[in-house]
Design a protein. Structure first.
Ligand SMILES: Nc1nc2c(ncn2[C@@H]2O[C@H](COP(=O)(O)OP(=O)(O)O)[C@@H](O)[C@H]2O)c(=O)[nH]1
Ligand SMILES: [Mg+2]
Length: 259
């Protein structure tokens, strides 16, 4: 084990939304698998194919045939990021759940550091922010800055990087929180509802690597428009604590495993 050897090695479900990632997926799964094998006691990789139209389904079949850690869900029609993550989260079975994008936006060995941070802070979620986003261009940086600001003002707390695909959380959070976003509002919904229920969220900074292959599809005006349409509808329930019913048996903090 490397620099972030952990006292307790948790089990992790890695949830990856996948849409037309033929150039990235096999590489991302291989690199993430190595890190997960190093830092976890047990892991699964849940690939949710959101009706890809390129060679992604074939690549997923190949990966599933050779790696028993991989589980696959496939949508017959494109359901966008929110629907895809909700299905992936619902399928997760391990103690911790990590959301990561298929274009490998960070070094998966950072998982070790996040587990360590969780151990040290006893947080229920470690959400990462990107140290540097200039690689993606000015337009993206401005969108993101404005969006993080709006969410911070609406909900009364600052959060550095709502949409970054690194959120490591106890599975209890997903059992307690009811997520309804279909589109890319899902990250804001997850974080606000997590905080509303009294779970603790800590942030760590990560080196961010914008994709070098394939196309970025999540900054179109359509995607942004949907975020705001959904925000108007879901704002009331994002403001107030509401546990999913029937209530799951969330154990008290003292009773939990160290991770
Ligand atoms: N479910 C779903 N996921 C998508 C869609 N478009 C992109 N993704 C996935 O979302 C993640 C981030 O996409 P990306 O295009 O890199 O967005 P960016 O990093 O915000 O520019 C990747 O894992 C994509 O495969 C979509 O329409 N539906
Ligand atoms: Mg990306």
């Amino acid at each position: 084990m490397g620099r972030y050897a952990c006292v307790v090695r948790p089990s992790i479900s890695l949830v990856v939304p996948v849409f037309n990632e033929e150039e990235n997926l096999a590489h991302a799964v291989a690199v993430a698998g190595r890190a997960l094998a190093e830092f976890t006691s047990q892991y699964e990789v849940i690939l949710v194919d959101d009706a890809s139209t390129d060679r992604t389904p074939e690549i997923i079949r190949g990966l599933t045939a050779t790696d028993p850690h991989i589980r696959t869900l496939r949508h017959d029609r494109n359901q966008k990021l929110g629907g895809t993550l909700r299905d992936g989260f619902a399928a997760a079975s391990m103690d911790l759940v990590l959301y990561m994008d298929a274009d490998l936006p960070f070094d998966p060995r950072e998982i070790g550091r996040a587990i360590s941070a969780m151990e040290v802070t006893r947080a229920d979620m470690i959400a990462a922010y990107r140290y540097d986003r200039t690689g993606e261009g000015l337009r993206r940086a401005i969108y993101s800055y404005v969006y993080n600001g709006i969410i911070g003002v609406l909900f009364g707390w600052p959060h550095r990087d709502i949409n970054f695909a690194f959120k490591l959380m106890r599975r209890e959070i997903l059992e307690a929180v009811e997520l309804r976003s279909e589109g890319s509002l899902i990250s804001a919904e997850l974080i606000t509802k997590t905080k509303n229920l009294g779970f603790t969220v800590q942030q760590i900074g990560l080196d961010y690597f914008p994709r070098t292959r394939g196309r970025s599809t999540l900054s179109s005006l359509g995607v942004i428009g949907k975020i705001f349409r959904e925000l108007i509808v879901l704002y009331p329930e994002m403001r107030h604590p509401r546990r999913r019913s029937p209530q799951p048996a969330v154990r008290p903090a003292e009773d939990r495993a160290p991770i």
